[in-house]
Ligand binder design. Structure first.
Ligand SMILES: C[S@@+](CC[C@H](N)C(=O)[O-])C[C@H]1O[C@@H](n2cnc3c(N)ncnc32)[C@H](O)[C@@H]1O
Length: 330
């Protein structure tokens, strides 16, 4: 029997609550930043992340819960709560590199970084950790500088954010490069995706690894909606509106619904090609990666949903919907 692993893939984790310090902020390269801007082109979704936050805050210290409504909510905040799991992500990225190479990855590159939440968590691992983020949308990156880097103080100075296309070169060759939440689905032609992956291969440091995620399974091709209640007090809706099998073209929206009955419709819209896993593996190999592995999520005790733990598997698992990591080793 097939199972669905779209409910609890990567578990979300508690945010770092570091005090605001004076200090240099993340450096932004290649464009002007408008902090707090709202007109980001697109952001991301993940049909799969669980709400397994570990809350250890004592009752009396608990900050007052923010009440979200369509009128007052910031869509980037909603996105980060609903879609991203930066603590789990950086642990996974570090683990994959360490277990294959037997040493510690220090320099990370986050492609399609948006608000660069993954970079911000990576550099908080320690002083020797550095990161670069690439995104073409200055408003989204500016939002990240204000909300994800100002609060982390000096660690922010170890990040360079580039308002540049992901096909551009890094300032320093990364040990780990990642493209998450399927953002590379914006490349609709095989030649375009191959060119991007080839550039990524060349730009990696010696022993570098390139970690992408991919969404698939029969559900990924259906016109359907998936709703998920988010712990912070709103509902995330992943709305797959169209899929054309002959071209792979795929259109989807993220909507948010609130406890007061209001809705934020089409907070984010995606116009993608739904790439197949075997196509992606072939592209990585053609681009030069001598070794490619996939990591699959384990099954929760309910026997159905994912448990957020990813292990290497050669053949994968046939679920109705899955999110898998594809890793190319230089
Ligand atoms: C879906 S968001 C990803 C947000 C976040 N990194 C995540 O994983 O959830 C996709 C981002 O890719 C950016 N983007 C789209 N095309 C790009 C390109 N060719 N080069 C760099 N960034 C691009 C958009 O501006 C947007 O911020």
């Amino acid at each position: 029997m097939t199972t669905t692993k779209t409910k609890a893939a990567k578990s979300k984790s508690e945010k770092a609550k570091k005090p605001k310090k004076s200090g240099e902020l993340a450096t932004v390269k290649g464009g002007k930043i408008t902090p707090g801007g709202t007109e980001a082109k697109a952001a991301k979704r993940k049909a799969t992340k669980s709400k397994a936050k570990r809350k250890t805050v004592k009752k009396k210290d608990k900050p007052k819960k923010e009440v979200f409504t369509a009128k007052t909510a910031d869509r980037q905040i909603l996105y980060q709560h609903a879609v991203q799991s930066p603590e789990e992500d950086v642990k996974f990225l570090a683990r994959v590199y360490r277990s294959k190479r037997g040493k510690v990855a220090k320099h990370l590159r986050e492609d399609f970084c948006g608000t660069a939440l993954v970079c911000s968590h990576w550099v908080q691992r320690g002083e020797e950790y550095t990161a670069e983020g690439f995104d073409i949308c200055p408003d989204t990156v500016g939002w990240g500088v204000e909300h994800n880097f100002e609060p982390i103080g000096d660690a922010a100075s170890r990040v360079k954010l580039h308002i540049k296309d992901v096909r551009e070169k890094s300032a320093k060759k990364p040990d780990v490069r990642t493209a998450q939440n399927f953002s590379y689905f914006i490349f609709k032609q095989r030649a375009e995706l191959l060119d991007y992956v080839r550039r990524a291969y060349k730009d990696l440091a010696k022993d570098g690894v390139f970690i992408m995620d991919i969404y698939g399974g029969p559900d990924s091709m259906m016109e359907m909606k998936e709703e998920r209640d988010i712990e912070e007090g709103f509902t995330y809706v992943w709305d797959q509106v169209a899929y054309w099998p002959a071209t792979g073209e795929y259109k989807a929206h993220i909507h948010f619904e609130f406890e007061d009955g209001t809705e934020m419709k089409r907070a984010f819209t995606y116009d993608w090609r739904l790439w197949g896993l075997t196509e992606l593996i072939d592209i990585l190999k053609e681009a030069g990666f001598p070794e490619v592995e996939t990591f699959w999520e384990g099954t929760d005790s309910d026997g159905e949903s994912g448990n957020g733990i990813y292990r290497k598997s050669r053949r994968g698992e046939n679920c109705e919907a899955w999110v898998t990591y594809v890793v190319g080793y230089k």
